[in-house]
Design a protein. Structure first.
Length: 324
């Protein structure tokens, strides 16, 4: 066993650092992160010797108490390791250069099926006797955000006259990039929206907003984000709040996109030809932003579909995806 490292990456970590030192870099530039990475792999990926997408994304998840800026350094390290392994003939995953472009990095939290079901169970069971209308609003808002792939602000700022409860059409008016689009709710979502609208009309007959706050205006992002994190925490009662994964309402949109892509893969659809449809539905400015979601799919699933990762690696969008 290597005297510095214990995971399956031990030899490659030692060799990469030796190479970097031979090229004039200081060992300290890489050693601390290499030890941390090695420890994570020893605990979570025992025996794994080649860098995979799953290992990289796990390594880049924000840690409690750590500044998001530390992700930039971790990304640079794991990218260098991927390139080194590739250079010696291993099938390593190389983190795209544009993954951490811009000043903000946020790794999306992708809800598993059981986690999503538990989350909506908590939302559906929520009661607030002081304001009986609020539970109806929250369960409808969060489900519409998810099932329609909305940006959180698109749902919060939605006007009453922008939702057609007959046809199920939702008109998203000049949001990001001042673009507008029309989407159609599923039958289940439309049924829920109609039921909710009847209650809303009785509680807030004069508000122009589809999801009115107590003052009749739209809810703030902070209020909705706070409730979302509260619901998520209730699904994991055994975990201290400061150790919970960082989640955002926006992650429902990420889950929507990956669910659509997964369904297309199940149906043997060719993803690159279908992406423009998803781009239009989600309101992305460029189709490259939509293509990013392919990188969030399970690695084995993507490989089995024969996706050209080398071509897709050039399609990572800038920070646009991580807006609030």
């Amino acid at each position: 066993m290597n005297d510095k490292f214990a995971s399956g990456f031990a030899q490659d970590l030692e060799s990469m650092i030796a190479l970097k030192c031979a090229l004039g870099y200081s060992e300290n530039t890489y050693l601390e992160k290499a030890k941390s990475f090695d420890c994570r792999c020893f605990e979570v990926y025992p025996g794994q010797q080649e860098l995979t997408q799953a290992i990289v994304l796990n390594w880049l998840k924000p840690e409690p108490g750590k500044s998001p800026q530390t992700i930039h350094g971790k990304a640079a390290f794991v990218r260098a390791l991927g390139k080194y392994q590739k250079s010696i003939g291993k099938a390593a995953y190389i983190l795209p250069d544009r993954f951490t472009a811009g000043g903000t990095v946020f790794i999306p939290y992708l809800f598993g099926d059981d986690e999503l079901a538990a989350l909506f169970h908590e939302i559906d069971c929520y009661q607030y006797p002081r304001d009986p209308f609020r539970p109806h609003l929250l369960r409808t808002y969060f489900r519409m955000t998810y099932t329609c792939g909305l940006r959180p602000n698109e749902g919060r700022n939605l006007k009453r006259n922008e939702v057609d409860l007959n046809s199920g059409e939702v008109r998203i008016i000049e949001t990001k990039w001042r673009k507008s689009r029309t989407i159609v709710m599923s039958e289940d979502m439309l049924f829920l929206a109609r039921s909710y609208a009847g209650i809303r009309d009785a509680a807030f007959p004069g508000s122009a907003y589809f999801f009115p706050a107590p003052d009749g205006g739209p809810y703030s992002a902070q209020k909705m984000q706070g409730k979302f994190k509260w619901f998520f925490a209730r699904t994991k009662p055994g975990i201290p709040k400061d150790l919970l994964p960082a989640v955002r309402v926006y992650d429902l949109r990420h889950r929507f996109a990956t669910a659509v892509l997964n369904r297309w893969l199940d149906e043997k659809k060719e993803l690159s030809s279908r992406l423009p449809y998803l781009q239009t539905y989600m309101g992305h400015k460029d189709w490259e932003a939509t293509a990013y979601y392919i990188h969030l799919l399970p690695e084995k699933l993507v490989k089995s579909a024969g996706i050209d990762w080398e071509a897709m690696n050039g399609l990572i969008p800038r920070v646009e995806l991580w807006e609030k």
